[in-house]
Ligand binder design. Structure first.
Ligand SMILES: [Zn+2]
Length: 370
């Protein structure tokens, strides 16, 4: 038996040796094979095949009744705007409402979106509290645009369903809700009446209050040439023109700047009052200037507002920053002539301005694809 066991052991050893040699041979073979390969070249990913995108199927709601939700008899307050936003989203399925940030006194800053286009246009109102008529104008616009988009009816000759398949309107109707509430409640709706009183130079009349609740002027808070706004304005918090201790300290402006950064808008319309004027210029040159000037001219012609070729400001303004940083057209639209009592002028204001976003979308389309 021992002799037999010896044979088996020898046979196993021989087999194991053969296996080892085989494994080493295979390994070396693969190694030499790999070494012989040319260095790896990263292959380019295949180009995606371009399928022409079908126009999105936008549901039609032909039987909707226009409800005239957005109304006001006095200052268009933050509270009223919230009620109307709620009623509007209940009525119009395709309207979306988001919150992009909070004010100093923790009021929400609302963003309304309408459309399914890939390109985006931003409209904002009430950077300045006393200019609440711009919020009322934008909310009125939201209701009319939503209605015509849902029912498919033309809006003064414009096909909103077609325009809003290329563009989406982003609307922030009230950038400065605290400022508007200070005006709407004559200071009483604010958390600290005494400090407001001090910032208002002791006056108990808050009709012309522009700043936010900390006395910072939100349209002097943007980074572009902010130091000029700082030198120009008062050195401490006030009802208007104080630029803050540095740019982008106020939550309302941070929310707006973040929105610009995230969304990459094609154009920006920023509404103020008063003057019946359109501003667009902030040191653009060449074709860039040509584009912005001709768009502004078209808006001025349509509204009957005066086109202003000067920058009309000092720096730190939204327009200054948007033109310089994002290099898109940014128009300041100054509504009306009577700042403390704008409502009697509202019908005229609405007539002049209701088609402006349609005009801007149409104009941009033509400019981009002549
Ligand atoms: Zn203003």
């Amino acid at each position: 038996m021992t002799e037999e066991a010896g044979h088996i052991r020898r046979a196993v050893l021989v087999l194991a040796s053969i296996l080892t040699i085989l494994v080493v041979y295979l390994y070396l073979d693969v190694w030499f094979y790999v070494q012989a390969q040319p260095p790896l070249v990263r292959e380019k990913p295949a180009e995606p095949t371009l399928v022409p995108t079908e126009p999105l199927e936008i549901p039609l709601f032909p039987n909707l009744k226009f409800k005239s939700i957005v109304r006001t008899k006095g200052v268009y307050s933050y509270e009223r705007m919230i009620e109307h936003l709620q009623a509007l989203v209940d009525q119009y399925e395709l309207l979306s409402v988001d919150i992009i940030g909070e004010s100093v006194e923790r009021r929400a800053i609302y963003l309304v979106k309408l459309g399914q286009g890939e390109k985006k246009i931003l409209l904002d109102g009430a950077h300045h509290g006393s200019e609440w008529i711009s919020s009322f104008l934008l909310m009125t616009m939201i209701e009319h645009y939503a209605y015509h988009y849902h029912t498919g009816q033309p809006f003064y000759g414009y096909d909103l369903r077609e325009l809003l398949s290329t563009y989406t309107l982003y609307i922030v109707p009230m950038v400065n809700p605290d400022g508007v509430e200070i005006v709407a409640t004559n200071g009483r709706g604010s958390l600290s009446y005494d400090s407001l009183l001090a910032m208002n130079g002791g006056s108990r009349d808050f009709t012309l209050w522009k700043a936010n609740a900390r006395g910072v002027d939100l349209n002097r808070q943007y980074p572009t040439n902010w130091h000029l706004a700082q030198n120009y304005g008062p050195p401490q918090p006030a009802s208007a023109n104080y630029a803050g201790s540095k740019p982008l300290t106020e939550p309302e402006v941070i929310a707006m700047e973040r929105l610009h950064q995230q969304e990459g808008f094609s154009a920006h319309l920023t509404y103020h009052s008063v003057g019946n004027e359109v501003f667009y210029y902030y040191y653009q040159t060449g074709r860039w200037l040509e584009r912005d000037r001709s768009l502004a001219q078209a808006v001025a012609n349509h509204t009957g507002y005066r086109l202003r070729h000067s920058s009309g400001g000092i720096g730190g303004m939204a327009r200054d920053h948007v033109v310089t940083t994002y290099q898109i057209p940014s128009l300041i639209i100054e509504l009306g002539t009577n700042k403390p009592r704008p409502l009697p002028e509202f019908n005229d204001m609405w007539k002049r301005n209701r088609q402006v976003p349609c005009l801007v979308m149409t104009w941009l389309k033509q400019w981009e694809e002549p």
